[in-house]
Design a protein around this ligand. Sequence first.
Ligand code: NI
Length: 182
Amino acid sequence: MIYPIHVYGNPVLRKVSQAVDLNDHSLPELIEDMFETMYSARGVGLAAPQIGKALRIFVLDSQPYQEIFPEEEPRKLVFINPQIEELFGESIALNEGCLSLPEIYEEVVRKSSVKINFWDEKGEYHKEVFHGIVARIIQHEYDHIDGKVFTDRVSTLKKMLLKRKLSDISDGKIKTNYKIKR
Ligand code: NI
């Protein structure tokens, strides 16, 4: 099932999400729906709040970056109840976008590497270090489950310049080629 993407202004994006019950029988379906929703909107990552569920789960598939970063192995991953243990390496500025913030692209500075523990879709526990674009997507999606969006991380000046664009999103004055919910 494809969910509408909840966009900026919807309070669910500002909630600190709750832990996922690993024994919840609807979990496999939720994961499948999250991938389906992400792919249909041409996203590379999707967190549960973006489909209206304040739960600590996100999915990603870095395959679309294969052409730009051919040295990086594409990864398709599910993170359930993740915990970032450490952010390290270089601070890198890179343009980010978000399905919940259509038409906004801004440089965000993030660390190049992340050490994170999480459960996967099979209920297996992992402690893993990620680098490059996958580390970038992880940090972006992790923000979502803590009630943050990437524009929270730009300079005060940039925030001022984005005010109009952000209110256009929350006012519904935007066009997207995927279904949205304000
Ligand atoms: Ni996002």
